[in-house]
Design a protein around this ligand. Structure first.
Ligand code: F6R
Length: 614
């Protein structure tokens, strides 16, 4: 999704912007641009993908002003208008003296644009963002300052925005504001910064603050002043940063996805670290605002999430229902708040989101809160928007994930949710302390199993090579294997662009089996659990229709291997924890097939890392 960085007062403004944009590339983008304050007005350069990317901006920036005092950069993920240079940000007003970058969607842009055009403004792009620039221009026509112009303009806007603006008449000022779309500001040594995401600023300052909805910040060299859109003084929320710059670099691996897959044993261990006390008590984060009494009062659980986080949530449902005996529903966040959900004070609503910024999940949680529900967030980003609004937070401690396709954040979400299921079970007394201790031991043993599977990447590469002509994939699983199948299919389509569907194996006979024919690849999650025999029956059914069978199975399980054309071996674990281990060969399978088809695994087409628009 779009990325923003703004810098004022730094020694090398342009370099800081380009490096920051480079660190935002992982969010996914299709064009990029920069605006700098120069001696005779603003200087801008923009590049669209296909011809240029952020690294190519460096070349285009050769004629940039020397020692600019301030500047703003942007990576765009197209929503309104194609990914062309003309639609790339920064956008100018009619005079070319006012520039803005914007993330989010201006929902009433057509109405605003009609009004502005009627008043004589000339808009040159197809974007909703450019409208905002002209709206600020029109609000400054009476001599108002940039801040006042922005405040008045934003008062007329419906939708979401993180916006930063500069004006040639006020070169020592950058003004920024947000609603729904995230924006952080930072101060350091005579300079000030803003960005849509923490990694962009990790190399510049660690004194970072999150702007809240409808706050506006005036950035001057070394100083940031925050106020509300009404002009009243306000405070942004200080952020605790425990990531370092090295964690957001590639560190010798071929790509971020490989690095992040290999970081999973550590990420899982870190997520559980210190959460089981010597006396067997399980603890949520210290900062958790949900105490034992709150947990005991929970009558049912509702989980909202999108994409891979939704799949992790489905695993969480099995664990919470089985161990804590609490009825649990899982909702796709983009649908949740539009279906008039029935929640109350007895409902614990859990938002699962690695970024903590996904707008559908964030808005779903707000809906749940308005209905009286307590909110718990499972997030990988400390002090993310969701974390700040929640009653309690359970952080996955996976470190920054740069590859667009979720890997280590997904795995740690499963672990966090299964841990939460045990916390709830302990609070409610639905499992004996012996059983909780046994399950916790199994969880703590997961990193060793993951290390074992990671050594098998070359075996999976060989399977991928044998399948490189295949175009249609079905992923089948039962029970907790079902979400594993869904995630395996999602990973494959995301990075290899192959058609892949995930199904509960028992559902196959109710329609999808019509699509099975020689050449179709069926990937079955056949690690041992109570439904293993039923799973094998489904595999027999597709095998007898000519499908090529790839099975995830437990080491040494020859009965499973007899059904398969290709095996993806994994160590045997406690069945409820098997999704953690079973996910890895499917990540590798997607990876090697994507590589075989020549795709960029870190930046798959059309995708964004953090989805901050509906
Ligand atoms: C898939 C993927 C996405 C995200 C989804 C939710 O690899 O990364 O499906 O899982 O966009 O994002 P978060 O977890 O940030 O809310």
């Amino acid at each position: 999704m779009c990325g923003i960085i703004g810098v004022i007062g730094a020694d090398d403004v342009l370099l800081t912007i380009l490096e920051g944009l480079g660190r935002l590339e992982y969010r996914g983008y299709d064009s990029a641009g920069v605006v700098l304050s120069g001696h005779d007005g603003l200087w801008r350069c923009r590049a669209a993908e296909g011809t240029h990317s952020v690294s190519d901006l460096r070349g285009l920036a050769e004629d940039a002003p020397t020692r600019p005092g301030s500047g703003v950069g942007h990576t765009r993920w197209a929503t309104h208008g194609e990914p062309t240079a003309a639609n790339a940000h920064p956008h100018f007003d009619c005079t070319g003296r006012l520039a803005i970058v914007h993330n989010g969607i201006i929902e009433n842009h057509v109405e605003l644009s009609d009004r502005l055009v009627a008043a004589g403004h000339v808009l040159v792009s197809q974007t909703d963002s450019e409208v905002l620039c002209h709206l600020i221009e029109s609000e400054m026509a009476d001599g108002a300052s940039l801040s006042d112009g922005m405040r008045r303009a934003l008062g007329q806007v419906r939708g979401s925005f993180a916006v930063a603006a500069m004006h040639a008449d006020e070169p020592d000022l950058v003004v920024a504001s947000r609603r729904i779309s995230p924006l952080i500001v930072g101060v350091g040594d005579g300079a000030s910064f803003l960005a849509s995401d923490i990694p962009a600023l990790l190399g510049s300052t660690r004194e970072l603050f999150a702007l809240e909805d409808d706050q506006l910040a005036e950035l001057r060299p070394g100083a940031v002043q925050v106020m509300t859109l009404d002009g009243a003084p306000a405070r942004a929320t200080a952020l605790s940063i425990d990531w370092d710059v090295a964690a957001s670099r590639q560190g010798g691996f071929d790509d971020f996805m490989t690095k992040e897959i290999h970081e999973q044993p550590t990420a899982v261990a870190d997520t559980l670290l210190g959460r089981c006390r010597a006396d067997g008590a399980l603890v949520l984060d210290d900062a958790s605002g949900l105490g034992a009494a709150d947990l005991r009062a929970v009558e049912r659980v509702c989980i909202v999430a999108c994409g891979s986080s939704y799949h992790a949530a489905l695993v969480g449902k099995y664990a919470i229902e089985r161990w804590a005996r609490l009825p649990t529903q899982v909702d796709i966040a983009s649908e949740f708040r539009y279906r008039d959900p029935i929640l109350d004070e007895g409902t614990l609503t859990i938002g699962v989101s690695q970024s903590g910024e996904t707008v559908d999940t964030l808005q779903g949680l707000r809906e749940a809160r308005s209905l009286g529900s307590k909110i718990l967030v499972v997030s990988n980003v400390v002090d993310s928007s969701m974390a700040r609004e929640a009653d309690g937070v359970l952080y996955t401690r996976a470190g920054p994930e740069i590859g667009v396709a979720a890997t280590k954040t997904y795995l740690t979400q499963i672990v966090a949710l299964e841990f939460l299921a045990l916390v709830l079970a302990q609070a409610r007394g639905s499992l004996s302390s012996t059983e909780i201790a046994r399950l916790m031991d199994c969880m703590l043993g997961l990193p060793d199993h993951l290390d074992t599977v990671l050594e098998r990447t070359k075996d999976v590469a060989a399977v991928a090579q044998a399948l490189d002509e295949a175009r249609d994939f079905f992923f089948l699983g039962r029970h907790v294997g079902h979400p594993v199948a869904l995630e395996g299919a999602l990973k494959l389509k995301e990075i290899s662009y192959l058609r892949a569907e995930g199904y509960p194996a028992g559902e196959l006979k109710h329609g999808p089996i019509a699509l099975i024919e020689p050449g179709t690849v069926v990937v079955g999650i056949a690690s041992r659990n109570d439904l293993w025999e039923k799973m094998c029956s489904s595999i027999q059914e597709v095998k007898s229709r000519g499908a090529t069978i790839v099975l995830v199975g437990n080491d040494g399980d020859e009965q499973t291997a007899e059904l398969a054309d290709h095996m993806l071996w994994v160590p045997r674990t406690e069945p409820m924890l098997s999704p953690v281990v079973d996910a890895i060969p499917l990540q590798f399978l997607a990876y090697w097939l994507a590589k075989a088809h020549g795709h960029d695994v870190d930046r798959p087409r059309n995708l964004a890392k953090t989805v901050t628009v509906e």
